[in-house]
Design a protein around this ligand. Structure first.
Ligand code: SF4
Ligand code: SF4
Length: 398
């Protein structure tokens, strides 16, 4: 396993971090539970084969992911050998009804206490404010959430403070510069180099000495199954000494391994086979910063261009059509649908769409007012396309 520095904390972390949001599941009717036996086996295997970084969150797997991780690591003294990173979203702190607290900060504390109990530990190595975005950042500052996290740290309940981020670069930079964070976590993958926080976020976090963690490098699993046109590009290259061309997974990982500023790269594994494959990739002697040569960079650029040419709805995610009076996240729906078409598999998109549905942003809410269509520079028949997308994406159970 390759290891890397983790910002200014002094931690040495495995370049591969095990994400605990896609653990193996048992589906019964319209309900699913984590398959605990399989999940424990995978987590313990990872901890015993060099992985010392585990990422989870309060809400993953219907609030059971932390518990499963805690159960797995409690055995064999593994907890002490690894870093546990978990997160609490501002929305969960705000939810006074389910949180049972009197105010946001009271709730934040209760949720952390729950998390510690579920993880069977006295401390969290790095505790994140989960999913900061443009819409929550002002409330997070106003409610002094960071100050509350500092109290947690002073009490020894957490050791580091960080945030995970979904949004554009300007807000990312504002959040980064606001506080001396121990780490930040963003999305980056070989297709969306300039989406969300962008590549620039990686460089800026590096300059500040803030540990930088990459999530979704396989784009929800999609990049693991390259369509024939992409595979043909990958097959043109064979690494020196290798017996076979690289897999889509390895190309996707190498794209992010290449950034020197990155501390660890998360992958949400579902099977033991995937886990072993990931560990093998991250254990190669050349899986290190600046690993890509010019020829490899060209292969990745061509793969990206080919992927983007396979999109079916020409949505650029410009968001000019928003806000929708019914709350439909129009570019979000189209992105899910295009991903399914582009990658030749709809399961990861259907799962992501389930989360969109839970947050009341799915296409079924559209009432056909067509206000959005007048604003779309691509002249997309949004109402008709939303119906097509909804039919293809609905019905994922978890
Ligand atoms: S047509 Fe549908 S998606 Fe568009 S603005 Fe109206 S309700 Fe929203
Ligand atoms: S305005 Fe059109 S292109 Fe832009 S996000 Fe909306 S649907 Fe996509």
């Amino acid at each position: 396993m390759q290891y890397r520095n983790y910002g200014k904390t002094g931690y040495q972390v495995s370049a591969f971090g095990m994400g605990c949001m896609r653990l193996p599941r048992i589906v019964t009717g319209d309900h699913s539970d984590v398959d605990r036996e399989k999940a424990w086996e995978m987590i313990r295997y990872a901890a015993d084969h060099g992985v010392n970084y585990f990422d989870t969150a309060y809400g993953y797997h219907n609030k059971t992911s932390e518990e499963v991780l805690g159960e797995a690591l409690a055995e064999g003294g593994r907890r002490e050998k690894v870093k546990i990173v978990t997160k609490q979203p501002f929305g969960t702190m705000e939810d006074l009804k389910t949180g049972g607290g009197k105010n946001v900060l009271d709730n934040a504390r209760r949720n952390l206490e729950n998390t510690l109990r579920k993880l069977r530990t006295d401390y969290i190595d790095v505790y994140l404010i989960h999913n900061i975005g443009k819409s929550t950042w002002e409330d997070i500052k106003k409610n002094k959430v960071i100050e509350e996290y500092e109290k947690f740290r002073a009490e020894g309940l957490i050791r580091g403070i960080g945030y995970s981020y979904h949004g554009d670069y300007p807000t990312f930079k504002e959040v980064l510069d606001f506080y001396s964070w121990d780490m930040c976590q963003i999305q980056q993958n070989l297709i969306d180099v300039e989406r969300e926080a962008t590549e620039e976020a990686i460089h800026q976090a590096g300059k500040k000495g803030c540990a930088l963690v990459i999530m979704e490098p396989i784009r929800g699993g999609n990049l693991a199954f390259p369509p024939a046109a992409i595979q043909a590009i990958y097959d043109e290259y064979k690494a020196p000494g290798a017996k076979a061309p690289r897999s889509g997974v390895e190309w996707a990982f190498r794209h992010v391994i290449n950034y020197p500023e990155v501390s660890t790269i998360l992958s949400g594994v579902t099977t033991m086979e995937q886990l072993k494959d990931n560990i093998e990739i991250f254990s190669k002697p050349d899986a290190v910063p600046n690993c890509l040569n010019d020829e490899e960079k060209k292969i990745i650029t061509r793969a990206r261009e080919k992927y983007l040419s396979l999109k079916s709805i020409p949505c650029t995610a410009c968001e000019y059509c928003l806000p929708c009076p019914k709350g439909v996240n129009i570019p979000g729906v189209f992105t899910r649908y295009n991903d399914g078409v582009m990658f030749g598999t709809f399961d990861p998109s259907r799962r992501a769409y389930m989360f969109q549905t839970r947050s009341n942003q799915d296409a079924s809410l559209c009432v056909g007012c067509r206000a959005c269509e007048k604003k779309c520079p691509q002249h997309i028949e949004i109402t008709a396309q939303l119906k097509v997308a909804h039919e293809r994406l609905k019905g994922w159970v978890e």
